[in-house]
Design a protein around this ligand. Structure first.
Ligand code: GTP
Ligand code: SPV
Ligand code: MN
Length: 627
């Protein structure tokens, strides 16, 4: 068995500064050495360095069509577009198989799965040993953020999945230009991926491939000290496209902590008011809770315009003027298909006109795609995401609830002209939101940065199909980062408090939003989608200082009449129900928050958040104990 030695540890940077990671401090230097080591370990038939060209895309997609991994869609409806059907046992992120392998388990903290890095490395080396036999090993140099940008970072992913290569081509800046940027001494993150299904057995006998190879044993591992990613056994989404959650959130959050910036699960939009004033907002919602939809918002209220900068991840750093600047490190969207249609998100449906990879959606008989919510009327017949005949009478879903589209961002009609700007955009406000059927109002404004961090730290949301496991369970999901923080969550809270101190008067105001309040019949009360522009309007008016708010223990709430609901099928009473403070519910919430805070190591937990909880509890007039 070959064993990959750990890469030398980078010197931990104590001073938060953009230069903290000096060339000497970093591991690596030589991509070729690492590639050669991995090839020795995994034993592929050949090694291909990808260049990111159109010719390469054509070659790979044709090959996958021939192998049955992709179905070419009817080019009359969807040119240069493909459907992939994954194995039904590999359809979402696997949080229980995701590990932070820090030297000290306390550095992973109570919210992460931890493994000892040397033991994990040994176990992974065994799994990866010979794992690419009979396959092609692809080397993908990529940049998160514009190539060479001050806020950008390089990575190199090795994978044996051509589907991952094609997806990375849409989701990142990858290929020759990225490789050229990794000059000697330039930091880069190695990200090793294998579906874990060698085509040649130990006996030397070659076996048939399947359309979606994956291994029942799955490991999504992160080594925060040496800044490495090892992913084994899955070919799906965030498990396999390692630039996204693994690098841009789990590893980058560690970099951000060490260097004084923020790597967040946030969309970024640019909002222009009817008076032509421009604001940039960043918003954190958990997986499948509305980021892509808000990022592509088509406002219903006259005179307002929303442009897209990013739909999933924001890297934010104080700029030379002391204000918080954000880039979207990605280059494409990996968006939830079900629920996306001309009625809910016309911008997304326009974006995916072609050059798109669809995964786990239905195939229409005319060679186009379909999913629940794309059109009001379903097709009379289709092939479902598993390849079975389907009709509306089947009683099953045509598309998997986590079926996705993968498409380049520059195809989005609402993309902002500065979305590619290496310096990023100045963030004027930060929003936090989750799926809360009760308690959390439609919108509220934190009275201070500390209260805003408290709002982020106490977020909870119902689970969705973006991760395996039960859907609809309310769980704490602080900052929408529960599955994505690469270190101890209490330290992460403290880092947010420290960022507020560093930003000082430039710290952007923080808001909480909740589109998902339901009535007694379980129906959404707020119309959502494009009508969310009405909430954005209220937020912008607050930023401008042109609108008052009612001060309450949970922040500033809209005054009656200030939120424009003209033309909506929503009466004043229903609106009051979702915009008021529900004191009884908040007393229960405060008690639950107290219990949640107790799950963290008291020494690491920021006193500022304890103080926020104390004043909330006091102002609510005490708490009730949970049943
Ligand atoms: P990830 O890509 O997994 O991070 O998800 P996301 O946060 O980008 O969520 P997305 O915008 O794709 O929305 C997920 C689901 O929520 C889709 O089915 C949407 O139709 C639905 N959704 C989005 N916005 C709203 C809203 O304002 N109201 C309601 N009721 N549903 C919404
Ligand atoms: C999410 O789960 O938040 C996603 C999908 O955006 S994945 O890339 O699979 O993480
Ligand atoms: Mn999304």
């Amino acid at each position: 068995m070959a064993l990959l030695a750990p890469r030398p540890m980078p010197t931990a940077a104590q001073e938060p500064s953009a230069q903290a990671l000096s060339a000497e401090a970093l591991p690596n230097h030589d991509i070729s050495d690492w590639v050669a080591d991995v090839a020795r370990l995994t034993a592929p038939d050949e090694v291909v360095w990808v260049d990111g060209s159109t010719a390469e895309w054509d070659r790979l997609t044709k090959m996958m069509v021939a192998q049955g991994t992709l179905i070419r869609l009817n080019p009359e409806w969807r040119p240069n577009s493909f459907l992939a059907r994954s194995d039904p046992a590999d359809v979402a992120r696997v949080e229980d198989r995701t590990f932070i392998c820090s030297d000290d388990p306390n550095d992973a903290g109570p919210t992460n799965n931890w493994r000892d890095p040397s033991i994990m490395r040994l176990e992974l080396s065994e799994l990866f040993s010979g794992s690419m036999r009979g396959r092609t090993m692809y080397v993908i140099p990529f940049s998160m953020g514009p190539i060479g940008g001050a806020l950008s970072q390089y990575g190199v992913q090795i994978t044996d999945s051509p589907y991952v290569v094609a997806s990375m081509a849409l989701m990142t800046r990858m290929g020759t230009a990225a490789l050229a940027g990794i000059t000697p001494g330039t930091p880069w993150v190695p990200a090793l991926h294998s579906v874990g299904v060698p085509l040649v057995g130990d006996d030397g006998v070659r076996r048939e491939d399947s359309a979606w190879p994956h291994n029942d044993t799955k490991y999504i591992c992160h080594f925060p000290e040496s800044r490495e990613i090892w992913s084994f056994g899955s070919g799906y989404g965030g498990n396999a496209l390692l630039g996204k959650k693994c690098f841009a959130l789990r590893i980058a959050s560690v970099m951000a902590r060490d260097e004084g910036w923020l790597a967040e699960h946030m969309l970024i939009v640019r909002v222009t008011s009817p008076e032509n004033r421009v604001f940039h907002l960043a918003a954190a919602f958990p997986s499948a809770c509305g980021k892509t939809n808000l990022a592509m918002l088509a406002p219903t209220i006259p005179g307002w315009r929303v442009e897209t900068v990013g739909d999933d991840i924001a890297w934010m750093r104080p700029g030379p003027d002391g204000r918080l600047r954000a880039i979207n490190p990605e280059r494409g969207f990996f968006g939830v298909a079900p629920g996306t249609g001309p009625a809910t998100n016309p911008t997304a449906t326009d974006t995916i006109w072609g050059n798109t990879i669809f995964t786990n959606v239905a195939l229409r008989d005319d060679g186009d795609v379909w999913w629940e919510g794309l059109t009001a009327a379903p097709p009379a017949h289709a092939t479902d995401w598993q390849g079975n005949d389907w009709t509306p009478a089947s009683g099953t879903r045509a598309a998997h609830p986590n079926g996705r589209f993968t498409v380049a961002a520059d195809q989005c009609p609402s993309i902002a002209d500065d979305w590619n700007s290496p310096e990023g955009v100045v963030i004027d406000a930060i929003l936090f939101g989750g799926r809360r059927p009760s308690t959390v109002p439609l919108v509220s404004q934190a009275a201070s940065w500390q209260q805003g961090v408290f709002m982020g730290a106490t977020m909870a949301s119902e689970t969705t199909a973006a991760a395996t496991g039960e859907v609809g369970l309310l769980r704490h999901d602080p900052f929408a980062m529960l599955p994505f923080v690469g270190y101890n969550m209490a330290d992460y809270f403290a880092h947010w408090i420290a960022m507020g101190d560093a930003l000082c008067d430039n710290a952007p105001p923080i808001f909480s939003v909740n589109w998902f309040r339901t009535d007694a019949d379980g129906r959404f009360i707020w119309p959502g989608f494009s009508e969310n522009a009405r909430v954005i309007e209220w937020i912008v008016r607050r930023l401008e200082g042109g609108m008052d708010a009612r001060s309450t223990p949970i922040g500033g709430l809209p005054l009656a009449g200030d939120l424009d609901i003209g033309g909506l099928d929503l009466d004043a009473e229903a609106l009051a129900g979702i915009t008021d403070l529900d004191t009884a519910a908040w007393r229960r919430e405060a008690a639950a928050i107290a219990e949640y805070f107790d799950t963290f190591d008291a020494e690491r937990f920021p006193t500022e958040l304890r103080r926020e909880l104390d004043s909330l509890t006091r102002e609510l007039g005490g708490v009730v104990l949970p049943d």
